[in-house]
Design a protein around this ligand. Structure first.
Ligand SMILES: NC(=O)c1ccc[n+]([C@@H]2O[C@H](COP(=O)([O-])OP(=O)(O)OC[C@H]3O[C@@H](n4cnc5c(N)ncnc54)[C@H](OP(=O)(O)O)[C@@H]3O)[C@@H](O)[C@H]2O)c1
Length: 277
């Protein structure tokens, strides 16, 4: 059976553990790709203001024929819009562009640490949350020191922290810190944008199980309890990535994959990205 488990966030909202990521899906291809994902059974879509395809994601969700309450939709506040009024306006624009009454999850995309404006952005997200136009709010690319700032300044604990995680970047420290504070980890680039697909150790496990290397890596995330939304613009890969719930990795497989961690990022380190000297 291919039923996607749900994770309960710290405010009681439930999120499908597997979704469809839309980064680098061209805007003109996004509507069809999202409709294909929904047809396959995905009920969780991850987009962002930065991706330039919110409109098309919204169109697909509205035209899919699936009840709005049955699809979990996430977007993210763009960098440079952390000032309170900018963040409020940007959220309104997202809802308008998507043609939706509410979002399920809205995140601060990057902390942009140097100017520390993420605290102001968090105040805006908190007010949007209180207004009922988003079911849950969270952050992305936050390190424990960024989260500590939020804890000092706000009573609302982020529901999720969306960070880069894959077998080459296990992020044990940030995940454990989040877990201690009730923050779920969403793992972006779960197959390291394809880098782990030729890994000989993962390939060996895949061969034993009669699965693909992508499926083994994605299943590793699932068994660690993280939320994932691999991106593919190809139907057969979308199907493959959705088929993760009819097999299991052994404890030895998980331990083996843990040894592959080498702190290797596909994206920038959050402390350096957007750094203003
Ligand atoms: N918060 C953030 O800062 C942040 C940053 C990056 C990403 N994200 C989110 O996380 C999502 C996933 O991350 P990502 O898109 O960077 O990387 P990813 O999902 O790890 O990898 C996507 C790449 O792998 C290929 N692929 C997917 N499934 C495959 C399969 N079964 N076999 C072989 N190749 C496969 C795709 O190619 P094809 O499309 O050609 O199939 C694409 O090139 C994004 O779409 C976005 O929603 C968030």
């Amino acid at each position: 059976m291919n039923t996607v488990p749900e994770i309960t966030l710290n405010n009681g909202v439930r999120i499908p553990q597997l979704g469809f990521g839309t980064y680098q899906v061209a805007s003109e291809a996004t509507k069809d790709a999202t409709l294909t994902a929904l047809e396959i059974g995905y009920r969780h879509i991850d987009t962002a203001q930065m991706y330039g395809n919110e409109k098309q994601v919204g169109q697909a969700v509205r035209e899919s024929g699936i009840a709005r309450g049955d699809v979990f939709v996430t977007s993210k506040l763009n960098n440079g819009l952390h000032a309170y009024d900018d963040a409020m306006r940007a959220f309104d624009r997202t809802l308008r562009d998507m043609g939706l009454d509410y979002l399920d999850l809205f995140l601060i995309h990057w902390p942009m640490s140097a100017d520390g404006t993420f605290v102001e952005a968090w105040k805006a997200l908190s007010d949007i949350y209180r207004s009922g136009r988003v079911k849950a709010i969270g952050v992305s690319n936050f390190q424990p020191h960024h989260l500590r700032r939020l804890f000092e300044e706000s009573a609302i604990v982020p529901a999720v922290n969306q960070i880069e995680v894959h077998p080459y970047l296990a992020q044990e420290h940030v995940r454990a810190y989040g877990a201690r504070h009730g923050i779920a980890t969403q793992a972006w680039s779960p197959i390291a944008r394809g880098k782990i697909l030729d890994d000989p150790e993962i390939a060996r496990i895949a061969e034993r199980l009669g699965r693909s290397t992508a499926q083994v890596a994605l299943r590793w995330h699932v068994q660690r309890g993280d939320i994932i939304f691999p991106k593919s613009a190809t139907r057969t890969r979308l199907e493959e990535n959705f088929d993760l719930f009819s097999f299991e990795l052994t404890a030895e497989d998980i331990e083996m994959i843990a040894t592959l961690d080498r702190d290797e990022r596909t994206g920038p380190h959050p402390d350096h990205f957007g750094h203003v000297p």
